[in-house]
Design a protein around this ligand. Structure first.
Ligand SMILES: [Mg+2]
Length: 381
């Protein structure tokens, strides 16, 4: 498979409402789409969002590295998806988001060419035990904002069928966060409720948080302490916490999962394509988690469109179990770039939405062009 043409779209899509994390306030999705055309005229799409605090990539740096990769990609014969990442690594160090964007577009082309949907292709690579068939993946809904608003949102989304929740913590005092967590846990009792501090807590605060009675109804706590913490600190936190410990910013691929698993430092992990450098490595990570009875959360960066959502969900449908839910972030966008965006139905994403060959969704070129970020332009090769 050869690349004849490539077009890069730097996009900015406003969020329905700003999302406050421990260390940043997000008001729009800065995301990059890539459209590749192969020698037979097929088009394949990829996407990656900027995440300065997670991958170190900004819109400008993501565009620069993607342009560089795409220029090199044109002279490469792309025949085996298992080698896509290796080929990208051979021309550029680091930059996992740019590599994920390119790999997604290549996989979209490859799976279209072989008339198979991406999730089925991934499943065909499984050599282990027979995998469970999934028809739906539970979506994880983020809640935050003023106290009355987060309670009202939790109520209305629960009525809409959501049963997986994430409470962003770490920007208020520990006592305030604990109070919020207790109120929301009482309201949502019986559901899978999690918190995510994005690494903002000290180890002492994290331990205090986990053993506090207000937090006892939580199903898991994600990345309470900084990814820079020692493995010993993570192991200590997990050993002393009555709540399951999930890791996100600490995990960029299978090597870190293996290391933290050996140290008994996690109960599960959150996988994002921009961290793993693409679908194939995320798929390997998901299999490692499953084989070792660790929990899986799949996530898009806040926020990515249906395209990245479909590629990420494909891993869940392929592996057959997403116990900690899927953070499908297009639900926070004011608009999407597909004519038929992925949608939540009773709080779930249904497999029927991903039956098409390839990644499963196709952006509408006009919508994509309308979303180009101010001050940026479309780049064509
Ligand atoms: Mg997280």
């Amino acid at each position: 498979m050869k690349i004849n043409q490539a077009t890069i779209f730097p996009l900015s899509i406003p969020l329905i409402e700003p999302i406050k994390m421990a260390k940043e306030l997000i008001v729009d999705a800065k995301t990059v789409l890539l459209c590749l055309t192969d020698e037979e005229g097929r088009q394949g799409w990829g996407e990656a969002s900027v995440a300065p605090l997670m991958t170190g990539e900004t819109l400008d740096s993501l565009l620069a590295s993607l342009k560089y990769l795409v220029e090199k990609a044109r002279s490469i014969e792309w025949s085996d998806p298992n080698l896509f990442a290796k080929s990208s690594d051979a021309v550029l160090y680091g930059n996992p988001s740019a590599k994920s964007c390119l790999e997604m577009a290549l996989l979209d082309l490859y799976t279209q060419k072989h008339s198979i949907s991406l999730w089925k292709y991934l499943r065909s690579l499984n050599t282990g035990a027979v995998l469970t068939e999934l028809t739906e993946i539970p979506l994880l809904r983020m809640i935050g904002g003023a106290p009355e608003k987060e309670m009202a949102d939790a109520k209305s989304f629960r009525e809409a069928g959501f049963k997986h929740w994430k409470i962003k913590i770490g920007s208020l005092s520990l006592e305030e966060d604990l109070r919020r967590v207790q109120l929301l846990s009482d309201l949502l009792e019986g559901d899978i409720i999690s918190v995510d501090a994005n690494g903002a807590m000290s180890l002492d605060d994290a331990l205090h948080f986990c053993i506090s009675p207000q937090a006892r109804k939580l199903s898991f706590a994600e990345q309470l302490i900084s990814a820079d913490s020692s493995v010993n600190d993570f192991a200590l936190l997990k050993a002393r916490s009555p709540i399951a410990i999930g890791l996100d910013e600490s995990i960029h691929g299978s090597a870190e999962i293996m290391e933290l698993m050996k140290a008994n430092a996690l109960n599960g992990a959150s996988l994002k394509l921009i961290k793993t450098g693409g679908v194939m490595e995320a798929w390997s990570c998901a299999q490692i988690l499953r084989k070792n009875n660790l929990q899986l959360n799949l996530a898009c960066k806040v926020a990515e469109t249906s395209l990245s959502g479909a590629a990420t969900a494909s891993i869940g449908f392929a592996v057959g179990d997403v116990p900690w839910g899927f953070s499908m972030s297009n639900q926070y966008l004011r608009f999407d770039i597909c004519d038929q965006p992925l949608t939540a139905q009773r709080g779930h994403l249904y497999l029927a939405q991903l039956n098409a060959t390839g990644v499963g969704v196709t952006p509408n070129m006009d919508r994509v062009k309308d979303a180009v970020a101010q001050g940026y332009s479309i780049i064509q090769y």
